[in-house]
Design a protein around this ligand. Structure first.
Ligand SMILES: C[S@@+](CC[C@H](N)C(=O)[O-])C[C@H]1O[C@@H](n2cnc3c(N)ncnc32)[C@H](O)[C@@H]1O
Length: 421
């Protein structure tokens, strides 16, 4: 533990007891991680990814040797990537199956390889993989498809697991670059800007460019894994499950610490964002549709008691029924799942949330969470507030539920709850 603290130096924030809230900068508190994109913490732009410093702060301050760490909405898997550095066993779940592959890349051991000869093998490969996607022609110009089919055919033919891991993120990123997706937007969508990108690719020597991009991306995966290895990740027990519906899944074993960033009230559609990747990885359309339907908060969810005064007051003020349904489903979904899961968490809950708005009215999700778990007997130690600097979020200009213009979330909060002895 001390050794880790030396690598990832942590400074204590001042605690303002009366309000139980503290403004912090996790980036500054954790000295040993030079940037949010260091090592393998950001090999892939997963929406609303944890910055590694949040997890490092929690583990450095609150975890003890032998503890186990659990994230039921793990996304990219940052909680696991950091837990391994600190030497803690961990368990990760996410509805998005990408979790398994992204996490495996992020913790893989670096190996040297001749990238040019690998790309030559790909270029001369005689097989193809065609994703079973009815909308393929809408997302890719015909011209690029044979090259993409060959590249992915090569990927799916590779037998060495580590080589597949090395290739997968570079291929996903390069494939997206060659698609009509507007990558600046937070979900899969076409735009005139993306059409322009594809048109200028078509007018260039795009085959060469495809391999150059792939090479760049492979090199940055190499760089990242080498940097990660310098953080001395430990051999730990890891359970990583993608495709899991957290709302209907139970923990098999007790865990000491739950740290998670649940889906945001007006920030969802992770599966819609990921589906292009999932198709190329070989997921069938029916499976992707099924996953899509399980996302919070547009699915129907069984009601559950929300033990928060703030919540009750807010629900009463929402007159439009459609809006109330979205609001209720969100809390029933997230808090229903976390309430069930906390029964098997022995020490701490760390809930990382952003202050959302509904009809331009602020919704203090952090306070609702703190009130709810306090009513269940947890001790609210503190809420740490950090400014959002570069975390990738879904921002709708208009909230899909209300049609109104939403404010951006500017701060995020880490709600720290301790189990009462
Ligand atoms: C804010 S993100 C978590 C990001 C994560 N902390 C990271 O570092 O990448 C919320 C996650 O909740 C997941 N999610 C949404 N609905 C879910 C469900 N029903 N079951 C499990 N995960 C779900 C999304 O796929 C998304 O990855």
């Amino acid at each position: 533990m001390e050794k880790v603290r030396e690598t990832i130096g942590i400074q204590k924030p001042l605690l303002v007891e009366e309000t139980k809230e503290e403004e912090v900068s996790f980036r500054r508190l954790v000295k040993g991680i030079p940037s949010t994109t260091h090592a393998t913490f950001a090999l892939y732009r997963y929406p609303a990814k944890f910055i590694p410093q949040v997890v490092a702060y929690v583990l450095g301050e609150y975890a003890h040797p032998g503890m186990t760490i659990f994230d039921p909405f793990a996304g990219y898997g940052t909680v696991g990537v950091v837990s391994k550095v600190y030497g803690y066993d961990y368990e990760l779940w996410d509805l998005n199956p990408l979790l398994e592959v992204l996490h495996a890349v992020a913790v893989m051991e670096p190996k040297e390889i001749n990238v040019n000869s690998l790309l030559l093998q790909m270029d001369t490969f005689h097989g193809e993989f065609i994703p079973k996607w009815s909308n393929l022609d809408y997302w890719f110009p015909q011209e690029f498809l044979p090259l993409l089919f060959k590249a992915w055919g090569f990927y799916h033919s590779v037998e060495e697991a580590w080589l597949k891991l090395l290739l997968v993120i570079p291929l996903l990123k390069t494939t997206r670059y060659f698609s009509y997706d507007d990558m600046q937007r937070q979900k899969l969508s076409r735009s005139p800007k993306a059409d322009n990108r594809v048109n200028s690719l078509l007018a260039s020597k795009w085959q060469d460019l495809f391999y150059r991009k792939l090479e760049e991306n492979i090199n940055s995966t190499f760089r990242g894994t080498r940097e990660y290895w310098k953080l001395s990740p430990k051999v730990v027990r890891a359970i990583v499950k993608g495709g899991v519906d957290t709302l209907s899944t139970g923990l098999d074993e007790e865990r000491d610490i739950l740290i998670t960033s649940p889906p945001y009230l007006q920030a969802q559609e992770y599966i819609r964002q990921a589906k292009m990747d999932l198709f190329w990885l070989g997921y069938p359309e029916a499976k992707i549709k099924e996953l899509n339907k399980q996302e919070i908060p547009y699915r129907s969810v069984a009601p559950c008691p929300i033990l928060s005064k703030t919540y009750v007051q807010l629900v009463e003020q929402i007159e439009e029924s459609r809006l109330r349904v979205t609001f209720e489903r969100y809390f029933w979904g997230v808090l229903g799942a976390l309430t069930r899961l906390q029964e098997k968490v022995s020490s701490y809950l760390f809930l990382f949330v952003g202050p959302a708005t509904l009809r331009a009215k602020p919704i203090p999700i952090d306070r609702i969470f703190a009130e709810h778990f306090t009513s269940l007997g947890w001790v609210h130690e503190v809420t740490l507030r950090d400014k959002i600097v570069a975390r990738r979020m879904f921002f709708y200009h208009n909230n899909p539920a209300t049609g109104l213009n939403d404010q951006r979330m500017r701060t995020e909060s880490l709600v720290v709850l301790r189990r009462q002895m």
